[in-house]
Design a protein around this ligand. Sequence first.
Ligand code: B12
Length: 256
Amino acid sequence: METEKQKILDILEKSGIKDASFCAFLPLLPYLIECRAKARLPKNAKTVIPCIFPYKVKSKSPKNISRYSAVPDYHRVLSDYLSNATDNLRKQFPQNKFEFFIDNSPIPEVRAACIAGLGVKGDNGLLITDKYGSYVFIGEIVTDLEIECCEEYRECLHCGMCKKFCPKKDDIGCLSEITQKKGELDIKEITAIKKYKTIWGCDICSEVCPMNRDKEYTYIKEFKEGYKNEYTDGEDISGRAFEWRGPKVIKRNFDL
Ligand code: B12
C-alpha cells in the first residue's frame, strides 16, 4: 500500500503537482455536490486525491479584484496539470480508473482536502494550509484504487477575525457571491461593492486571518507570468477567472 501511495505522489510530482494527499471516498458520500460532473465519477470510486495549488503572487496586490481572480483562470491552469497527471496515472495503473475534477466537482473540495490532512478547516469555510495559508486552489483525482487514508481533520484557531471583519455584518450575504450575481443588485449590495472596493470576489476573511501570515508565495509559473492585478474597463476577459460569467457582470460592478 505504502509503495502505491509513494508511486502516485511521485507521478504527481513529475506532473508538476507538489502538494497532494489521500481521502477515502466513502466519508464524502453524504456530502457530494449535485452537478453534471457527478456522472464522470468512476464506478466503485474508493479514493480521492486532493491536490493543492498556491496562488498568492509576490507582486503588487490586486487593485479592484480579489487575489484568486488576478491570476489566469485556475480552471484552465489546474486542468492542464491534472489532466497530465491523470494520463500518467492511467499508464502506470492500467487496470484502474482515474478522473480529475476542479471546482465544478461533485467532491466537497474543502472537506476532502481537510480529511486528507492538507490543512485545517477555517471558520471562513476555507482550507488553510501550513505552507501557503488559505491562498490555494483545490483540484482532485478520483480513483477506484483502494489506498489507505488518514481520516483526521483539524480546525482553525477560531480566533473570530474572519467573522468580525466579514462584510456579512453589514446585513448582506457573502460579498464574493454578490459580485458574481447576475442581473440587478439592490441598494445594500451596491453600497457593499463600493465600500469594499472589489468588483470580483472578496479576500477579507483571508486577509485578516492570522493563519495566513508569513506564508509562501506561489511557485506556479502560469500564475506568476499571467498575473494581472486589476480589471480594466472593457478589457477582453478571456482566460480570466470571471470569464465563465460573461463580460456584463464585471462591467456592471466596475461601473458602480
Ligand atoms: C459554490 C462555491 C462558492 C460560492 C458559495 C460558497 C459556499 N461556502 O458555499 C461563492 C461564490 C460564495 C464562493 C466564494 C468563494 N470561494 Co468558492 N467554491 C464554491 C464551490 C464551487 C462549491 C462549494 C459548495 O457548494 N460546497 C458545498 C456546501 C454544502 O459546502 P459548505 O457550505 O462550504 O460546507 C462544507 C464545509 O464547510 C465542510 N464542513 C463543514 N463543517 C466542517 C467541519 C469539518 C471539520 C470539516 C473538515 C469540513 C466541514 O463541509 C461542508 C459540506 O461539504 C467550491 C468547489 C467545490 N467543489 O467544493 C469552491 C471553493 C470552496 N471556493 C474557493 C474559493 C477560493 C472561494 C473564494 C475565496 C473566492 C474569492 N476570493 O472570492 C470565496 C470565499 C468565500 C467564503 N469565505 O466561503 C476554493 C476554496 C479554496 C480553499 N482554500 O479552501 C474552492 C474549493 C474552489 C477551488 N477549486 O479551489 N465559492
